[in-house]
Structure formats: structure tokens, C-alpha cells
Write a protein that binds this ligand. Structure first.
Ligand code: NDP
Length: 361
């Protein structure tokens, strides 16, 4: 097989390997928030994302060390890899529709948004949505490691500390998602979205190839010699965002499981209720209605700054993507919650008037 073809099919092979590992590596069984369409019972998930991640990353290091797949291989084949992942995302989105009754009058709309709620793979051992997130996260990590390896091997005597910091922060971002995989069973995609192009192509192509666009743009550039204070500031912005995103997600997660849970042993929950349902309005959920989205934008900003090229445009496309994604998602979620909670949601809006940024927006 020629090199470009190898590059094209590399993501297919990696995704296949991850699926096999997810099906067979021991997993914990966790009851989710989404319900099975037929039985209306909570779906039980097998979660082993972190173990699979560690196995694949260790295999990548071993392959690089032994020369089976040089560390820079994914960098050198990034364009053909991107094309392969793009094609796979298109094809898999079509396959996900086959044999499933239409959801709307438009096939294109069904293709984009999907028809099935929560399908599984590998004979029911792997949830398709959770697989996609794990697969995307792992290939993103491999790409980042390979791009960083290219940078370090290109400038062995003076590599950029910003690139190293970026890899550390991004690895934190990927790993902590996998550590808290069970918390993400309570997110919008899992209980409110169907499995279509948006999610499939998003996880197979966009997540592993576009989230690292900042490093893609600067891996070939020399060390910009950013001052230490600048790197510290980037990390501070990143971790401030992490506190908002992780803190809000955890507080809501505990609240949904036990509405009287005292968050971190310190924050007693305050909520408003219509007698039947309740909405949290204290802590992170009293700052704005989606302060977790602000956290994601801050993390992306910290990552972009860490690279040390704040005047280049391409690395800024990553936080910009979050601004566009999350401002539209917040509007969708707000509409969904208004439909679900009615008057209670109006009261929450009055009590917590800002959508994402406290005091501002
Ligand atoms: P949220 O975690 O904010 O979930 C929204 C849902 O939570 C609502 O539909 C509602 O559902 C419930 N809810 C909202 N407000 C309250 C409240 N005050 N009290 C109780 N329940 C409430 O959003 P997402 O699922 O979109 O995001 C989850 C995480 O994933 C976020 O941190 C987000 O930033 C992150 N994310 C990351 C992305 C990435 O690429 N890295 C992309 C998108 C999101 P219910 O019906 O259960 O009440």
C-alpha cells in the first residue's frame, strides 16, 4: 500500500482497535441518565475509556520506540489521515440511518441529526455515543503527541516550552474527561441528541484533527521564547476555565443523583421547585445558567495562548469554534428547558439572568 493510502486508513485502523479494546477490556457498569426507548429504563453503560486510552497511548510509545511507527508518523500523514477520518465520518453517518424509520420528512435532516437515540455496537457491549467520544479523544491525543514529537525532533536543541505546556494541558483535558466519563452520561448529547453526522463526523474527524489545530499551525515554527509569566498566565486561564467547567458539571451531577447532596462538603444546594421538579440555582448554577460553557472557552483560550504565538490567527479558531458552538447550544438547551420545565424555568431565568458569562451575557 502506498504511503498516502496508509495514512488515509490509519484512523480507520486506530478506531477499529479502540472498538475492539472497548468491547473486551474489563469495564465498570454504570447506570446512565438517558433511558432506553423501548423499555424506558435507564441505560446501563460499560465504561472503560481511561484503560483503553492508556493501552493505546502505551502502544503508540512502544511503536515509536521500536521504530514500527515513528513518533512523527501521524504528523507526516496528517492530511491523508484527516481525509480518511472525514470519509469514514461521512460513510458511518449514512450507515447509522440504514434500516431505521425516518424521523423527519427530510433525509438530509435525518442524516445530519440522526435517527437512533442510543444504539450500541459490538453486540451490545459498547454504547455508540460513548465509543465515539473515547475514539475521538484517543486519536486527538495521538495526533497531539505526534505533532509535538515533530516539533521537538525539528528543534532538538531549542524546543518551545509552550508546545510542551500545550501538550500537558491538552492531555489533562483529554484524561480528565475519561476519568469523569460517568459524569458525561448526564450531558446533553447523551440524553437529548440522536446519533447522526453531527455527532459521528464530529467525533471521528473534527475532534481528533481540528481540536489540535493550534499545534498543527505552529509545530513547524521555532521556539518563540515566551516569558515564564506568559506561560504561567496561560496555565492559570486554562485551569480557571477547568474549575468552572468541571465544578459546574460535578455540582449538577451530584444534584441530579441526590438533590440534597452538599457539594464538596461545603456548598448546600439551593433550588427552586414547582412541587414536582427542581432546578439548582446556587454555586456554579447561580453564577450564570451555563457557566460551564464559559469554562470551556477559557480552557481553549489558555491552550491557544500557551503555544506562544498569540498574533497568529489559526490557533484562535479553536476558542472561536467553542464560542460559536456553545452560544448556539445554550440557546437550544434554553428552549429545551423552557419546554420541559415551563414556569419553573422562567423563575430560574429571573433568578439567574445571565446565560453564560456572569454579570455580562
Ligand atoms: P449542561 O451540562 O449544562 O446540561 C444541560 C442540561 O442540564 C439541561 O438540558 C438540563 O437538563 C440540565 N440543567 C440545566 N440547568 C440546570 C439547573 N440549573 N439545575 C438542574 N439541571 C439543569 O450542558 P451540556 O450537556 O451541553 O454540556 C456538558 C459539558 O460538556 C459542559 O461542561 C460543556 O461545556 C461540555 N462540552 C464540551 C464540549 C467539547 O467539545 N469539549 C462540547 C460541548 C459541551 P435536565 O433535563 O436533566 O434537567
Amino acid at each position: 500500500m502506498t504511503e498516502p493510502l496508509l495514512g488515509f486508513f490509519a484512523p480507520w485502523v486506530i478506531f477499529g482497535l479502540i472498538l475492539g479494546l472497548q468491547a473486551f477490556v474489563p469495564a465498570r457498569r454504570v447506570e446512565g441518565y438517558a433511558r432506553d426507548e423501548a423499555s424506558n429504563k435507564p441505560i446501563v453503560y460499560r465504561l472503560n475509556g481511561l484503560s483503553v486510552f492508556l493501552i493505546v497511548v502505551a502502544a503508540w510509545f512502544a511503536a515509536g520506540y521500536t521504530g514500527v511507527m515513528p513518533y512523527e508518523w501521524l504528523w507526516e500523514h496528517r492530511w491523508s489521515g484527516l481525509a480518511g477520518a472525514f470519509a469514514l465520518g461521512l460513510i458511518a453517518s449514512g450507515i447509522a440511518m440504514v434500516g431505521v424509520p425516518a424521523r423527519s420528512a427530510s433525509r438530509l435532516k435525518d442524516y445530519f441529526l440522526g435517527r437512533r437515540e442510543n444504539p450500541s455496537l459490538a453486540g451490545g457491549r459498547v454504547d455508540a455515543k460513548m465509543y465515539l467520544y473515547v475514539a475521538g479523544a484517543i486519536l486527538l491525543e495521538l495526533n497531539l503527541l505526534s505533532f509535538a514529537a515533530h516539533h521537538v525532533l525539528s528543534y532538538p536543541t531549542d524546543p518551545s516550552p509552550g508546545v510542551i505546556l500545550y501538550i500537558c494541558l491538552f492531555s489533562w483535558f483529554v484524561c480528565e474527561y475519561l476519568v469523569y466519563e460517568h459524569v458525561h452520561l448526564y450531558t446533553y448529547d447523551l440524553f437529548a441528541e440522536r446519533l447522526g453526522f453531527k455527532l459521528i463526523w464530529g467525533c471521528l474527524m473534527f475532534y481528533p484533527y481540528c481540536y489540535g489545530m493550534g499545534l498543527w499551525a505552529v509545530a513547524d515554527l521555532a521556539n518563540p521564547h515566551s516569558p515564564a509569566w506568559y506561560l504561567v498566565l496561560s496555565a492559570v486561564i486554562f485551569f480557571s476555565g477547568w474549575i468552572f467547567a468541571r465544578g459546574a458539571n460535578m455540582q449538577k451531577y451530584y444534584f441530579k443523583r441526590n438533590p440534597s447532596h452538599v457539594f464538596l462538603g461545603l456548598f448546600k444546594p439551593q433550588s427552586i421547585s414547582d412541587g414536582e421538579r427542581q432546578v439548582l440555582c446556587s454555586g456554579f448554577w447561580g453564577l450564570s445558567r451555563h457557566v460551564n460553557y464559559l469554562g470551556e472557552v477559557l480552557m481553549a483560550t489558555g491552550l491557544t495562548l500557551a503555544l506562544g504565538w498569540p498574533w497568529l490567527i489559526v490557533p484562535w479558531l479553536y476558542p472561536l469554534y467553542y464560542v460559536v458552538l456553545l452560544t448556539t447550544r445554550e440557546r437550544d438547551d434554553d428552549r429545551r428547558c423552557e419546554e420541559k420545565y415551563g414556569e419553573l424555568w422562567h423563575r430560574y431565568r429571573e433568578k439567574v439572568p445571565r446565560r453564560i458569562v456572569p454579570y455580562i451575557y
